[in-house]
Design a protein around this ligand. Structure first.
Ligand SMILES: Nc1ncnc2c1ncn2[C@@H]1O[C@H](COP(=O)(O)OP(=O)(O)O)[C@@H](O)[C@H]1O
Length: 190
């Protein structure tokens, strides 16, 4: 089983690249943002719990997110591996994943970060907000909160995975194809 954690700031292109990578490597793509948005739209209990946080650009509490993620992983017992997109986002979540995966005989294979400057990313998000209908992409204030959350809570994961020799970074600026190529060359060399 190969488990890749796609890592990057909001707008870095994780979702776009995940679409290509899941096909190429036959992986199950789990995007916590997408799963939350699905639950929001369908007004499920989980959606109700997540809504306030998401609307404000804050992280949904760890227990809620981790329980949801583990549920999703368990739905795919026969997969060749997972492409985690948007999870883990805190040290706490990374530890939870490192504790859970061995219970299904697996582990994080590698973390790959898509890197890009904040200015470029904020512009991308505002552009996406015009068409995606995502409330959190239309308000610069909320985008700012998401970056703050990233810097405070998610950035420390770089050190966490470096210590395990599982951290790889890829330049996230270029055409979609160029970036896919950079990512695949990392994965092919794992
Ligand atoms: N691992 C997570 N832990 C906590 N909250 C999360 C997580 N993943 C997604 N969320 C919630 O869903 C929102 C949207 O997620 P996502 O689409 O991945 O955002 P972004 O485009 O900002 O990277 C986040 O701002 C957060 O509220």
């Amino acid at each position: 089983m190969i488990n890749i954690v796609l890592f990057g700031k909001p707008g870095a292109g994780k979702g776009t690249q995940a679409e290509f990578l899941k096909e190429k490597y036959n992986l199950t793509h789990l995007s916590t943002g997408d799963i939350f948005r699905f639950n929001l739209k369908n007004d499920t209990e989980l959606g109700k719990q997540a809504r306030v946080f998401m609307d404000n650009g804050e992280l949904v509490p760890c227990e809620v997110t981790t329980a949801m993620l583990i549920d999703e992983v368990k739905k795919h017992p026969d997969t060749a591996g997972f492409l985690f997109d948007g999870y883990p986002r805190t040290i706490n979540q990374a530890e939870a994943l490192d504790k859970f995966l061995p219970t299904i005989g697996s582990n994080v294979t590698a973390t790959i970060a898509l890197e890009a400057d904040d200015e470029i990313l904020v512009a991308r998000l505002l552009e996406r907000g015009k068409t995606s209908g995502r409330a959190d992409d239309q308000d610069e204030e909320k985008i700012r909160v998401r970056y703050q959350e990233y810097n405070e809570k998610t950035a420390p994961l770089i050190g966490y995975y470096k210590e395990q020799n599982k951290f790889h970074a890829v330049d996230g600026i270029g055409t979609i194809e160029q970036i896919t190529e950079r990512l695949t060359s990392v994965i092919d060399n794992l």
